[in-house]
Design a binder for this molecule. Sequence first.
Ligand SMILES: Cc1cc2nc3c(=O)[nH]c(=O)nc-3n(C[C@H](O)[C@H](O)[C@H](O)COP(=O)(O)OP(=O)(O)OC[C@H]3O[C@@H](n4cnc5c(N)ncnc54)[C@H](O)[C@@H]3O)c2cc1C
Length: 501
Amino acid sequence: MEQQRVGIIGGGISGLSAGIYAALNGMEVHIFERSSKAGGVCQSWDRNGYSVNGSIHWLMGSGPGSDYYEIWKELGVIEGSSFHVHDRFFTYQADDGKEYSLYTNVDRLQENLLSISPDDSGPIIELCESIRTLARHEIPAPHASIWKQFGHMAKMALLDFPIIREMIRWAPVSLGEYAARFKHPRLRELFSNLWNPEMTMIFLAMQMTYAHMGSASYPLGGSGPFIEKMLRRFLDLGGHFHTNNKVLGITRQEDRCTGILLENKQVFPADYVVSAMDGMTALQQIVVDEKITAPVLEQFKSLKPFPGILYFSAGFNYSFPEVNPAISGTLIKLKQPVDIGYTRHTMGSFQIYNFDPTLSAPGHTLVTGIFETDYGYWEELYRKGGEEYRNERNRIVNELVKNLSEHFPDLKGKLEFADAATPMTYVNETGNYHGSYEGWLPTPAAIQVRIPYQLNGLERFYLCGHWVHPGGGMPPAAFSGRNVVELICSDAGLDFISQAS
Ligand SMILES: Cc1cc2nc3c(=O)[nH]c(=O)nc-3n(C[C@H](O)[C@H](O)[C@H](O)COP(=O)(O)OP(=O)(O)OC[C@H]3O[C@@H](n4cnc5c(N)ncnc54)[C@H](O)[C@@H]3O)c2cc1C
């Protein structure tokens, strides 16, 4: 059989994953990436001697015993990586001078939360029991291939009914609703500010289960070295990675996709085309044909993207001995609330990297923070021109630095750089719809939506990436890349293989 030629649009995690599996299956693979480097939103960048980690806080499946771990191994990111295993999931340094922590070990978690608030035994024990149950069973990765999921579902129906019970328990409950069950004001604040309150609790229950199992750890070095490993694996398998190559469209012969149209006016003929770029743009500007895109665009209309974020970063000549690091960072009350877009922020969640010595010189520490903000506000400001946009960004950065210095008095005079990315940075750098950094928000309703990998009426064209699995994140992006190659193999009459022989 002739070697199949695959063109992939976008070199983020999903594009690299699809590229690696297609190359493993003997195909000639070309990834076209519009920016100057691989990674998409999963990036690191250098500032004043610091490596700013732009994405990975934790890698679900960092430890053995799950489908997630197997895929990371296949993609070449486990071997040679060192992981920091946190003992806390999230920490709140409240203005009463006390620290409130969600420990990763479920027994310690329960004991600590009950000692803080015995009156909240209901929601505490319900979550902890759920984590114990999930940890006792093999949790199926919801993004695994159709066949694997089918096998898991059949097994669960017969043997693992407790997992189904936990899913039914948490899927309809939002994080905000769960937080509201707490009587203790600090615990209520902690859960309300952990992530977006509209997210379904099943996400938290699952992530905390993986954390309890020591399988939601942080790869030292962060996003940059992680992506370099995936890119290296792809290139070693013979793949071709083309940077600064924006894709403008596809070519078609009747109802079959036949190639990719590049910005430089060249056509790349391909047997199969995979879109691993922003989902909305792929449908509206790459495929364009409304007859084909309408059903999926209709699904998109029912979903809400993750709100845009202001991603704060700063470097301090200080080691933060008073901070116990946690997977999802440290929450502090902002002494001076900060207006970001149309929202007044009274709390700030920061990742203080005193646990990763590779990101800065000894004794110096990178600090990052994620602040949800309104895309429309930033888009309007950006369109008005550079200065107003930059001034507003600088004002916010300065106010956040001031807040940090008030919370940690030893920080004064130790700042070495401070910066922020806005939703417009994500739009400009990666083309993601409304600057969303993780695709669709996984609300209780959104996780019921199944976005197809293929479009009716367009053969040999496939969609992958964080826009096809509400909730997004690295594991779904990686799985979706693998899954579309499984479909390509099936269309091409090949037996799918997932490991080098
Ligand atoms: C601050 C932050 C923290 C995060 N933390 C975590 C975490 O702890 N754990 C986790 O699992 N996930 C995390 N994520 C989310 C995770 O990084 C993403 O969901 C995942 O990397 C998405 O990968 P992707 O390939 O689907 O999309 P993208 O990364 O968006 O990749 C798409 C690529 O397509 C390219 N492209 C777009 N249009 C074109 C075109 N026309 N032609 C050619 N190329 C094009 C883009 O430039 C981009 O490189 C985080 C993200 C951020 C920003």
